[in-house]
Design a protein around this ligand. Structure first.
Ligand code: HEC
Ligand code: HEC
Length: 279
């Protein structure tokens, strides 16, 4: 009987443990909603596929870049893998990234270090918004465009991701990364426009103009896609009667493009799209 009780208690403990694990993992994974479930030991093809999803989805890369077509504002991504290898050998690039994969990571963290000829240095630094594995996926996908995929789930880019060894932004484990996600998930759109100072230039509760146009009915005038574009690239289409460049410069200055998380960007766009002029 005693043995039975011991076994019974052990089983209860095991079941409780699995229930706990089962409940805690989906919570970590839940947010942001479309997060890819990438494991460090996933095959390289999975990383390429995941990178493609990020490119066309939450990475917002496809907002500017096309594949197989040279854009007026942004370079073609076709052949990016091959070109990355060639770039690092160029004289003007000496002393920076040492191989193609590193060049690609760098172009996401510090786009202005190498500005492609014929283009403006207008690419936002989106690198910080990707987790370590998402960055591997992004690089794998870019390399697969005309080049050889040299990264895998074990690859890390500490030079750009770790800020001189501090673990916080590049935290490799879900457990460490989760609290940051949870925190930002709590901030609703109305708080974000204050946090990033959008409300110093835009009215959200009346049609009055400040430095920028009132946004209280922006959801009636623009869809989510063009709202996202006016935030990421304010000068692509300048609203008539308003000054160009100030929004971009101010947001650059307060680190918005470097620091805003993809999740917050989604929340912000969703919030603006919901504003219909006090109706
Ligand atoms: C707001 C527009 C915009 C967005 C969004 C954007 N880019 Fe760019 N990107 C550019 C521009 C403009 C350039 C060329 C100027 C430069 O080199 O910085 C560029 C350059 C690049 C390069 C260098 C290409 C080369 O031939 O060396 C890569 C790689 C790249 N982008 C990848 C991405 C990825 C991946 C994303 C999404 C995570 C992304 N970009 C998002 C505008 C953008
Ligand atoms: C320094 C002032 C300034 C700040 C800060 C600022 N903006 Fe703007 N914004 C402008 C100006 C000026 C325009 C109109 C010119 C243009 O289209 O670039 C504009 C245009 C826009 C538009 C397009 C409006 C339309 O009627 O089509 C949107 C959307 C927008 N801003 C959102 C934001 C968000 C979101 C933030 C905060 C993350 C922000 N802005 C921060 C000045 C600012």
């Amino acid at each position: 009987m005693k043995t039975f009780l011991k076994v019974f208690a052990f089983n209860v403990a095991v079941i409780a443990f699995f229930l706990w694990v089962g409940n805690s993992i989906p919570q970590l994974r839940q947010d942001p909603p479309q997060e890819l479930v990438l494991a460090a030991d996933a095959p390289v093809e999975d990383f390429v596929k995941a990178g493609q999803e990020i490119f066309y989805g939450k990475g917002t890369c496809a907002l500017c870049h096309e594949i197989g077509k040279k854009g007026e504002r942004c370079p073609d991504i076709a052949g990016a893998g091959e070109r990355a290898e060639a770039r690092v050998k160029e004289e003007r690039y000496k002393g920076k990234a040492s191989n193609g994969a590193e060049y690609l990571v760098e172009s996401l963290h510090e786009p202005t270090l190498y500005v492609v000829e014929g283009y403006q240095p207008s690419m936002p630094a989106l690198g910080r918004q990707l987790s370590d594995l998402e960055m591997v996926a992004m690089v794998a996908f870019l390399q697969s465009q005309g080049g050889e995929v040299t990264v895998n789930g074990q690859t890390r880019f500490p030079k750009w991701r770790g800020e001189g060894g501090s673990a916080a932004p590049a935290a490799p484990s879900a457990a460490v990364a989760a609290p940051a996600v949870a925190l930002s998930a709590g901030a609703p759109g109305a708080d974000l426009v204050q946090q990033w100072g959008c409300n110093t230039c835009h009215k959200f509760d009346s049609p009055d103009r400040l430095i920028g146009p009132s946004l209280w009915d922006i959801g009636k005038r623009k869809d989510a896609h063009s709202i996202r574009e006016s935030i990421l690239e304010p000068d692509a289409v300048v609203t008539e009667g308003f000054p160009p460049a100030v929004m971009k410069a101010t947001l650059d200055g307060n680190g918005f493009y470097q620091k805003v998380s993809l999740h917050d960007l989604h929340t912000l766009v969703g919030y603006l799209a919901s504003l219909k002029g006090g109706q």
